[in-house]
Write a protein that binds this ligand. Structure first.
Ligand SMILES: *Cc1c(COP(=O)(O)O)cnc(C)c1O
Length: 380
């Protein structure tokens, strides 16, 4: 079946009791046994819940995996999957990633005795040079946040797979509608479902998706043992959001690309970072591994922090807020907002400057979005 159909039907069986067409919210902590030693398909909601199962199966289908796991937040999904690694393991991480992922890896995972090394994975020869006998994992995000750099999914997995190095890809920015890393040989997909997958900025959630049964068993064990799962109500909301993922993504993509082209021609703009612009240094790779651009990209206003702040203060339709992937348009300043948990030198090294602005383009009418940025740029 096609993506749009799976988004509405995968994992969602008709309710056997009353025939409810939508998956009910099974808001229960525990489930009755049929008799002594006879549990039903579910026994306790941390271990499994029917609403969560419907979401998990739907997520697996959309990513082309076999098993999905839903978590309380994107960070809960990350913290859980990182428990696969043991003290003494070496983990290679792309040096340009979501601020919270950086904080988890640099502050918490490192303190567990895991040798976390951040390198620029656009340079594949660097990857070969830095790989050690104890390298167990490679963590990537593509496109990256907020620099919109790409990592070559096929090349990374071709390097890692023969060495049995586990590859994990944060696929939050594009969602499976535009990019399916499992198809390129990546082992584990991670999502902040808070973003495009739910799409309505009314829930925080995370997910992991795999297609290897042994990995699925490990993650299922960790999800239950750590208790990082998502609640039935949140799963219901994400499942509802997913139903419109395809048309939303098409609209995010169109609006964002139109805005990116418009900004690129604006005299007060220094640069636009969007992988589907021909000016992007990895445009060819973008065309190869991405079916669309999603709704999030960054740009630099001419000038410094002051100019960026003027623009951010002048927008009316765009909301000044962190997060991304909702139906409404947001704008933010990575240097002082989303990426403040990175030390200044790390921010600077990854190319984040004080005049950099990131926008999450919603699905409003494109003319209204352009008018808003136009009037705001007049005040810069
Ligand atoms: C938001 C985000 C996360 C973290 O997810 P939460 O749901 O906020 O915990 C991780 N990676 C990326 C790319 C994100 O945008």
């Amino acid at each position: 079946m096609n993506f749009e159909t799976l988004a509405i039907h995968a994992g969602q069986t008709k309710d056997p009791v009353y025939g409810a067409v939508m998956t009910p919210i099974y808001q229960t902590s525990t489930f009755a046994f049929k008799g002594v030693n006879q549990p039903g398909p579910f026994d306790y909601s941390r271990s499994g819940n029917p609403t969560r199962k419907a979401l998990e199966d739907c997520l697996a289908a959309l990513e082309g995996g076999t098993h999905g796991f839903a978590f309380a937040t994107g960070m809960a999904a990350e913290a859980t999957v990182l428990e696969i690694f043991q003290p003494g393991d070496h983990l290679i991480v792309h040096d340009d990633l979501y601020g919270g992922s950086y904080r988890l890896l640099a502050k918490i995972v490192k303190a567990r005795g895991i040798d976390v090394e951040f390198i620029d994975l656009r340079k594949l020869d660097l990857l070969a040079a830095k790989t050690k006998s104890n390298t167990r994992g490679i963590w990537i995000e593509t496109p990256t946040n907020p620099m919109m750099n790409l990592v070559d999914l096929e090349a990374i997995s071709a390097f890692a797979a023969p060495k049995k190095i586990l590859t994990i890809c944060d696929n939050t920015f594009l969602s499976p509608y535009f990019q399916r890393p499992l198809e390129y040989g990546i082992d584990i997909i991670m999502h902040s479902t808070t973003k495009y997958i739910n799409g309505h900025s009314d829930v925080v959630g995370g997910a992991l998706i795999v297609k290897d049964p042994q990995l699925a068993e490990k993650i299922g064990f960790l999800q239950n043992a750590l208790g990082t799962c998502s609640s039935p109500f949140d799963c219901f909301l994400v499942l509802r959001g997913i139903k419109t993922l395809a048309p939303r993504m098409r609209c995010h993509h169109e609006n964002a690309l139109a805005l990116a082209h418009w900004l690129e021609r604006h005299p007060k703009i220094e640069a636009v970072l969007h992988p589907l612009l021909e000016s992007h240094p990895q445009h060819q790779l973008a065309k190869k591994q991405m079916k669309g651009g999603g709704g999030t990209f960054s740009f630099k206003v001419k000038g410094a922090e002051q100019e960026a702040f003027r623009l951010l203060s002048a927008v009316k339709l765009f909301t000044l807020a962190e997060s991304l992937g909702g139906v409404e348009s947001l704008i933010e300043h990575p240097w002082t907002m989303t990426h403040i948990s990175m030390p200044e030198d790390v921010r600077a090294a990854s190319g984040i400057t004080r005049n950099l602005i990131r926008i999450s383009v919603g699905i409003e009418h494109i003319d209204d979005l352009i008018s808003d940025l136009e009037q705001a740029l007049e005040k810069v």
